[in-house]
Design a protein. Structure first.
Ligand code: URP
Ligand code: ZN
Ligand code: ZN
Length: 581
């Protein structure tokens, strides 16, 4: 570690510690607490050595020289994983003020021990080169483990080839598309479809910023022409339906090519409902609200203080309907939404001021990486909307599963990384820009009292935050590579490939006609939907073993014509040009 890399106020880890110090740093026993995992909570001790959880249980026999940390009355939870950050992102004529050092330091202070940031190539730039550039920026600065999503901002054969390279050689399994930021990062539907096809072929996950960029550009022009230049213009240029339409479109397009989809920064009630409905229809889609959308509303854009209003400018915007945050929190609690990010992308007041006189130039983004855990505990658990296990699921475990890092991350169990938070559910703290560890000079959660405080944080088995003090090492975080085909996203995708095979209607004179099936082998019933037992069976043959076969007489497929003993010439309901001929 180079001396000048460590700011004075932090205590750097000792380069050549004595044997005792070294042992106590690498061997830690956490005693008397309650472990909370996503599936259960139980009283237990935890023994850590060399950055890994070695034992979980009571009355553990451990080697000498270990440091004991008392955790009676506290919760021992997996370190938070923030799946959506933009540290030092070059954006809208400036650069996000929290860099990989300051941003990850703040993350640790708040109980988040891993971030997934975004590598965003400019249009025309090589994905591999952009990836190397981002690794070059992050590796030497990160204080906690991190990973990268790679954005697809343009489309070409080169991009298609590089997606494969990035998946196979660079440890990336998630790629982000923007349906907004026209002419800068936005892709059109054709490009989105091509990207999803390739991602599906590689076993990667498609992430999407869902807003209709064309309509936003129209609205912006119209509002500016009407003299609306303040932050309220940002809100009005992006009404809720702009987000909802794109959410619906992205889900439909990804589903058509059977690519799993992850909607980032879900800001609206209607979008949460759209995602929930799509999942009920069997589509594979995940929804990520952010700390901002779960705790703040869009009334801030109407503040008479320009700086205050501009500080809340992010895209999609917060919604003015004050019931939105609570609704999104309930959606998160009941499983309609799945995990919480922050979209941490911070700009100081002088950077926000670039948009004085033109709201389209206010750099988009807010804070969150430090306060996410406390805000979700306060609004979710303390308010009685979710329990502690669900809190762990949405702040850590589900991210580990969806992005294929589980069980290395996201759980307290033997063999997992010792990224651990000792969380005091009884303690309180008040969020403020004056005490936060982020570089940004504003905090969108200012003044919020939070019950539930991350009191001690371990990253890779080392105590990095204790008694309100950080003990971090710049560059100590590791890049965590992630394999493709995460089972959380892909197990059903692969089955759907089999059951969604297109069917062919055999007609008189066609080879193979006359065996009474749709395609000579047992095709798809065009009248049935996925999950219906007759979906992939011979048409008209009732499956008495299907769970939906009813003894009461009426059957789910009564509307389907009985087996004719002849090849089907016209499908039930008449001919349609959707059927292959
Ligand atoms: O306003 C936002 N969200 N800024 C960061 C970039 C993005 O769209 O995620
Ligand atoms: Zn976005
Ligand atoms: Zn973002």
């Amino acid at each position: 570690m180079e001396e000048e890399q460590v700011p004075k106020e932090e205590k750097p880890q000792v380069d050549s510690p004595t044997d005792d110090t070294e042992t106590a740093q690498t061997r830690i026993l956490i005693k008397g607490g309650k472990i909370v995992n996503a599936d259960r909570a139980f009283d237990s001790d935890v023994y850590i050595e060399d950055g890994v959880i070695k034992q979980v249980g009571e009355n553990l026999i451990i080697p000498g020289g270990a440091r004991t940390i008392e955790a009676a009355g506290k919760l021992i939870i997996p370190g938070g994983i923030d799946p959506h950050t933009h540290m030092e992102l070059p954006f809208m004529g400036t650069q996000a003020i929290d860099d990989f050092y300051q941003g990850t330091k703040a993350a640790l202070a708040g109980g988040t021990t891993m971030i997934i940031d975004h590598c965003i190539p400019v249009k025309g730039e090589s994905l591999v080169e952009a990836y190397e550039k981002w690794r070059g920026k992050a590796d030497s600065k990160v204080c906690c483990d991190y990973s990268l999503h790679v954005a697809i901002t343009w489309w070409s054969e080169q991009v298609e080839q590089e997606i494969e390279t990035v998946c196979k050689e660079k440890g990336v399994n998630s790629f982000k598309m923007f349906m907004a930021y026209k002419d800068v990062m936005m892709v059109n539907d054709h490009e989105f479809i091509q990207a999803c096809k390739k991602l599906k072929a590689e076993g990667a996950l498609a992430l999407v910023h869902a807003e209709n960029g064309d309509i936003i550009a129209e609205n912006q022009k119209k509002l500016l022409a009407q003299g609306i230049t303040g932050p309220e213009g940002h809100l009005q240029s992006r009404p809720e339906e702009v987000e909802q339409e794109a959410t619906n479109r992205a889900i439909m397009l990804a589903d058509q090519v059977n690519c799993p989809l992850y909607i980032v920064h879900v800001m609206a009630k209607s979008c949460a409902d759209t995602i929930a409905k799509a999942r009920r229809d069997g589509k594979i889609v995940f929804g990520e609200p952010i700390a901002a959308s779960l705790a703040c509303d869009g009334t801030h854009y109407c503040s008479h203080d320009w700086g205050h209003a501009a500080a809340y400018v992010l895209s999609p915007p917060l919604k003015t309907d004050p019931s939105t945050p609570g609704y999104l929190m309930k959606s998160l609690a009941n499983g309609d939404l799945h995990l919480v990010g922050t979209d941490n992308c911070t700009f100081n007041s002088e950077q926000k001021a670039l948009g004085k006189g033109d709201f389209t130039k206010i750099p988009n983004g807010v804070n969150g990486v430090e306060d996410r855990m406390s805000v979700i505990w306060e609004k979710g658990v303390h308010n009685g909307i979710m329990d502690a296990c669900r809190f762990v699921a949405v702040t850590s475990t589900n991210a580990a599963k969806i992005f294929n890092m589980y069980p290395q991350k996201g759980v307290i169990q033997a063999g997992s990384d010792a990224d651990i938070v000792i969380f005091n559910p009884e303690a309180t703290r008040v969020i403020s820009k004056d005490t936060h560890h982020q570089a940004v000079d504003f905090n969108i959660f200012e003044g919020m009292e939070c019950h539930g405080v991350p009191e001690l944080v371990l990253s890779q088995g080392k105590v990095v935050f204790e008694d309100g003090e950080l003990h971090v090492t710049q560059g100590a975080g590791r890049f965590i590579p992630r394999e493709v085909h995460a089972s959380e996203a892909y197990s059903r995708i692969l089955i759907r490939d089999k059951v969604r095979k297109p069917f062919k209607i055999l007609r008189e004179g066609d080879e193979g006609a006359g065996d009474g099936t749709m395609n000579g082998k047992g095709g798809i019933n065009p009248m049935a939907s996925e999950g219906d037992p007759s979906f992939a069976t011979k048409r008209g043959q009732r499956d008495l073993h299907a769970s939906s076969f009813s003894l009461s007489g009426q059957q789910v497929d009564d509307h389907v014509a009985p087996r004719s003993g002849r090849s089907v010439l016209n499908p039930p309901g008449g001919r349609s040009n959707i059927f292959l001929s």
